[in-house]
Write a protein that binds this ligand. Structure first.
Ligand SMILES: [Zn+2]
Length: 128
């Protein structure tokens, strides 16, 4: 029997997103970063505070993946997008837009789904 190794900080972050309570970390200087972090990646500040992730973000870049890695082999074609939430950016799959009609600039909200391939959890976005 194989046991899944939990990536503590990242899994906690995905848990929070799945519960509708996504968050990011902010240092005293106002820099945003994603968990897991102990120090601000921008200035080295160790005083990080959890902040609520905004409910919607804006797609700033996307790619339609036709030839995926094995982890996503049954999911293709799919859209991978970088979404800007102001202080932080998240990368995930856009699940409710056809690849042909995908454009940058649309508003999306994050949640958590499972891959078609092996039921791994992943961050997904739905258009708003
Ligand atoms: Zn900082």
């Amino acid at each position: 029997m194989t046991e899944r190794v939990r990536d503590a900080g990242y899994d906690d972050f995905v848990d929070s997103l799945e519960d509708g309570a996504g968050y990011y970390l902010q240092c005293a200087e106002g820099h945003g970063s994603l968990p897991p972090r102990r120090v601000c990646p921008h200035c080295g500040d160790r005083d990080l505070t959890e902040r609520a992730l905004p409910e919607t973000g804006e797609v700033v870049a996307h790619t339609v993946v036709h030839v995926p890695t094995p982890r996503f082999i049954d999911d293709a074609p799919y859209i991978t997008a970088v979404v800007d939430f102001g202080e932080v950016q998240l990368t995930g799959q856009v699940v409710d837009v056809e690849p042909d009609s995908m454009t940058d600039g649309i508003s999306v909200s994050p949640s958590v789904s499972r891959t078609e391939t092996n039921d791994d959890r992943l961050i997904v976005f739905e258009s708003r």
